[in-house]
Every structure is written in structure tokens, then in C-alpha cells.
Write a protein that binds this ligand. Structure first.
Ligand code: GLP
Length: 241
């Protein structure tokens, strides 16, 4: 008991608790995107926590992309969607963490023979079957991305069982990706893509290719996405060797 009263033990727990509490507040939209958080000083006074604890909790959420700080102006709930690049998360997980409920509209959910390009990307022999998903991804009725995913049919025999999250379905099939290689490229969105994403033709977009792997090294997904450049920020932490 004495140990739990020791500030050295309580401190890290307190900042993690505060981090969770702030995340809850954002998820429940008690503070809307773009709105300011109470100042560090007010939070520490209100919650009876040290400034160090408050600062540490906020710093963690800034790093996650949920909050951003404007110098001298304070801390705000992020308006743009800031996606840390080092974490292998799904579209659904990213948006749920921001209190948004994503939805997909499918153009295609089918099974067919692998094309030469897909067989290279997925490391599959010619003639093998793959499941294809082609969809527009929305949050709050706003289209955010177009995604075309290809998954070996040996992993996903029936793509019709995917309604919302592909990764959730893969998880239930015991095939949740563990590692991925991702390539980002700036593009200008063509007329059709722009129409689907409700932006003017020629708007900036991010073309992202992700190849995800299982623990045993098998490729489980080859996805090409077009994300809206006016909404998404991709951030990565860099370190020296
Ligand atoms: C991101 C990735 C895709 C991945 C998708 C899964 O958008 N760029 O490669 O397929 O997440 O998301 P969900 O599980 O919501 O379908």
C-alpha cells in the first residue's frame, strides 16, 4: 500500500489514466475536432494532477495524432486525420480512435483468378484464386478514401463476409496482418476518383500501396488506396542509428 502511495509509482499510472480519459472525451465528442482542450494549468488544477503528468499525457496523444499543439495557442483536437505510419492499424481502427464510425460502400466483392500483377505482389502462382474488394470508405457520410484490396482466397474464401473492417474479418480467420510494407505517392485525383471522394478533379491525393504479411511470411493483403490529401496527414517517427 505504501508503494502505491509513492509518487514514483503513481506518476506513470496517472498519466496513462489521464491519456485514456482524454481519449474517451474525444471519442464521445465532448470536445469536437478543432476545439481546444483546457490549458495544462487548468487541467492540472481541476484534476489535482501535476503539470508533468498532464504534459506527458498530452504529449502521448499529440504523438498519436489525436491532438495537436499550436505554439502559444494551446492544444486542440486534431481536425485533419493524422495517421502514424509506424503502426499497422486498419482504417476502421484509426477512425474509431477519433470517435468516428466508418462505413464502406462496395463496388466489388468477388473471387477470381490472380492477375500477373497481383501474383507478383502477393507471391502467388498463376491460376490461384484471390478475393477482391473495391470500396469507398466513409466517415460521417464523408468519403475519405478509395481502396482496392486483394487477398488470397485461401485466406478469405468469401469476400461477401466483409461488411466493414477487412482486418476484423482477417482476425476472426486467424490471419490478422503482423507486418506491412507501405509506399506512399503523391497523385492528382482523376475525374472519377475525385467524384467518388467529393473533391474537385485534379485535387491532391495520396496513393498508398500496402503489402501485409502474416507471421510465417505469407502475403495476406495487397491494397491500393487513394486517400484524400486535404484530410490526411501521415507522420513517422525518425531515429538515427
Ligand atoms: C488501411 C490500409 C489498408 C487496409 C485497411 C483495412 O486503410 N491502407 O491496406 O486494408 O486499412 O481496414 P479495415 O479493417 O477497416 O477494412
Amino acid at each position: 500500500r505504501r508503494l502505491s502511495r509513492d509518487p514514483a509509482v503513481n506518476q506513470p499510472l496517472a498519466y496513462l489514466r489521464l491519456r485514456r480519459a482524454i481519449r474517451n472525451v474525444v471519442e464521445h465528442r465532448d470536445i469536437e475536432p478543432g476545439q481546444a482542450l483546457p490549458s495544462e494549468r487548468d487541467l492540472s488544477r481541476l484534476l489535482q494532477l501535476s503539470r508533468v503528468t498532464v504534459r506527458k499525457a498530452i504529449a502521448g496523444l499529440v504523438e498519436e495524432g489525436l491532438l495537436n499543439q499550436r505554439h502559444g495557442a494551446g492544444t486542440f483536437v486534431a481536425e485533419r486525420i493524422i495517421k502514424p505510419m509506424s503502426r499497422l492499424t486498419s482504417f476502421t481502427e484509426d477512425l474509431r480512435a477519433r470517435g468516428l464510425n466508418p462505413r464502406s460502400e462496395f463496388f466489388e466483392r468477388s473471387v477470381g483468378e490472380v492477375t500477373p500483377e497481383e501474383s507478383m505482389a502477393l507471391n502467388l502462382s498463376p491460376g490461384v484464386l484471390v478475393a477482391r474488394l473495391h470500396r469507398v470508405r466513409y466517415a460521417k457520410e464523408e468519403p475519405l478514401a478509395i481502396e482496392r484490396s486483394v487477398v488470397p482466397a485461401s485466406v478469405l474464401p468469401d469476400p461477401m463476409i466483409v461488411h466493414d473492417s477487412l482486418y476484423q474479418v482477417l482476425e476472426t480467420l486467424g490471419a490478422r496482418p503482423r507486418r506491412a510494407l507501405q509506399r506512399l505517392r503523391a497523385v492528382s485525383l482523376g475525374a472519377q476518383q475525385a467524384r467518388l471522394l467529393h473533391v474537385p478533379a485534379g485535387s491532391a491525393g495520396l496513393n498508398i500501396e500496402r503489402r501485409s504479411f502474416l507471421d510465417d511470411g505469407r502475403v495476406v493483403e495487397f491494397t491500393t488506396s487513394w486517400y484524400r490529401g486535404d484530410i490526411y496527414d501521415f507522420v513517422a517517427e525518425l531515429q538515427t542509428d
